[in-house]
Design a protein around this ligand. Structure first.
Ligand SMILES: Cc1cc2nc3c(=O)[nH]c(=O)nc-3n(C[C@H](O)[C@H](O)[C@H](O)COP(=O)(O)OP(=O)(O)OC[C@H]3O[C@@H](n4cnc5c(N)ncnc54)[C@H](O)[C@@H]3O)c2cc1C
Length: 439
């Protein structure tokens, strides 16, 4: 655990170094002075904004070593939040230049503007498109797969054009070694994309999987049982997920993330359970045994194996039950004697996936289950509605503050439950979350 914390701190220090290192490069060596505070400040913001944009590639490159201390979910959230900061720096750069006396407005006449200005404008406009299409992807009705391709291509263009702008301006990039340094830094970061899209898939190609079974589950879900074809499979911790590609090459642009639903103690095969919610997930029923698949993983830090505690509270919304069933199955296989409390929120009675498996786990574990249908039938006398503060207070045991909490489901549900747990004073470091939608 300590080494995870140390590695986490190491990555944070490296991130900050990458963000501010251009400033250090800029002031090393001879530079002309006397341009005034606002111009210098504006250039500093531009440099830092640029290196933050470059580092964005690293945050989502799915490097297991980088993701291990934080979890993919946190990295993606950080990637999203930090893009606003980088955008603010990039936008502030021309505004402050104008304040500092450089006639930026005149440079907006692109027909006559020099190439350095054209590159800057193009990079900024594309960056605005990248951010708006990400923030409002659903509202703009952009399909996830289309968004993913556009996002990648435009992001490379943003960084490439920004680099061209810096090289053409040449100020603070006045020596050959500084030009090389910037070029190498940019290429290294963009190279991460090549790693994710080319090198990693080549490695996966050598480790194919085969669909052994495709089983219908309650709640419009199906479980795929996958067995390794000619290799030793993978070991995962209960609660982790993998990126699945079925019946397509591992180079296909879109792999989908799915939690493992089987016991982590079963090393022969893995299971994932998929609810039909969109284009890809609605086609799972068509997958026949024998189909080739590729699995990239394990990923994620949503696992009790990382968090020792005297007991666990699991809170699942809808298909967010999948990592929970893996946790329960694994703990039952390990003969774990600690108490588990499962809140399971779903829409209507009868459509909750894994009802029988949860009952089975309850016979092998110290497990209490609180089902929470959103729309209960008239004869229902249990809990219903949403998992909120009042509902938690009715069921949390004594000494609940000492337990570890795992919350999984759609993003709005996870956020609401996080707030409810904070309201009953559960310490934030005991609350672990997995949001089932990244963007
Ligand atoms: C860590 C994690 C674990 C998950 N585990 C499970 C699970 O065990 N069972 C399950 O049924 N679902 C799980 N999901 C959700 C599942 O990945 C999406 O429902 C699925 O990818 C939707 O694809 P689609 O083409 O059918 O739907 P679409 O209609 O194309 O998309 C629906 C939404 O799903 C998300 N999504 C779509 N494609 C991707 C993708 N390639 N990568 C990331 N997000 C995407 C987007 O937010 C999108 O708006 C998990 C998601 C995450 C992030």
């Amino acid at each position: 655990m300590v080494s995870v914390v140390v590695r986490g701190i190491g990555w944070i220090v490296l991130y900050i170094a990458v963000a501010v290192v251009p400033l250090v490069f800029a002031v090393i060596g001879p530079v002309e002075g006397g341009r005034g505070f606002w111009v210098e400040f504006s250039v500093a913001l531009g440099f830092v904004g640029m290196s933050m944009l470059g580092a964005q590639f690293a945050l989502v490159a799915r490097f297991r070593a980088v993701a291990a201390p934080f979890g993919e979910d946190a990295l993606v959230q950080f990637h999203r939040q930090v893009s606003y900061v980088a955008l603010a720096f990039v936008l502030a750069h021309p505004i402050l230049l104008q304040i500092g006396g450089v006639d930026i407005v005149a440079l907006m006449n692109l027909a006559e503007a020099p190439w350095r200005a054209r590159c800057a404008v193009a990079s900024t406009v594309l960056l605005l498109i990248v951010v708006t299409t990400s923030v409002w992807r659903r509202r703009l009705r952009i399909r996830y797969e289309v968004w993913q391709v556009v996002h990648g291509v435009l992001s490379v263009a943003v960084v490439g054009l920004a680099l061209a702008h810096m090289l053409l301006v040449g100020y603070y990039l006045d020596t050959t070694w500084k030009v090389w340094l910037w070029t190498v830094m940019t290429l290294a970061l963009v190279g991460l994309l090549v790693w994710v899209r080319v090198v990693a898939p080549i490695r996966r190609l050598r480790r194919p999987w085969r669909v052994e079974q495709n089983t219908a589950e309650h709640g419009d879900a199906r479980t795929l049982t996958l067995i390794p074809a000619g290799h030793d499979g993978l070991r995962f911790a209960p609660g982790q997920f993998g990126w699945l590609t079925v019946d397509r090459s591992p180079f296909a642009i879109t792999a989908h993330p799915f939690s493992f639903s089987s016991s982590a103690e079963n090393h022969d095969r893995v299971q994932i359970t998929i609810k039909a919610l969109g284009d890809f997930t609605s086609t799972i029923g068509d997958i026949t045994p024998g189909t080739r698949a590729f699995l990239d993983g394990p990923s994620g830090v949503f696992t009790p194996d990382r968090h020792e505690g005297p007991g666990f509270v699991l809170i699942a919304g809808g298909v967010g039950i999948t990592p929970m069933i893996s946790i329960l199955r694994t703990m039952a296989d390990r003969g774990d004697r600690r108490p588990f409390l499962l809140f399971y929120a779903f829409r209507t009675v009868g459509e909750q996936t894994f009802d029988d498996e949860i009952a089975g786990a309850a016979r092998r574990l110290d497990l209490t289950v609180v089902p929470v249908p959103q729309y209960p039938p008239p004869e229902w006398d249990g809990e219903s509605g949403f998992v909120d503060r009042a509902l938690l207070e009715r069921h949390l045991p004594e000494r609940y503050l000492h337990r570890q909490y795992f919350v999984c489901g759609p993003a709005p549900m996870v956020t609401a439950v996080e707030d409810a747990l904070a309201a009953v004073n559960v310490p934030a470091d005991r609350v672990h979350t997995e949001r089932f939608d990244f963007v």
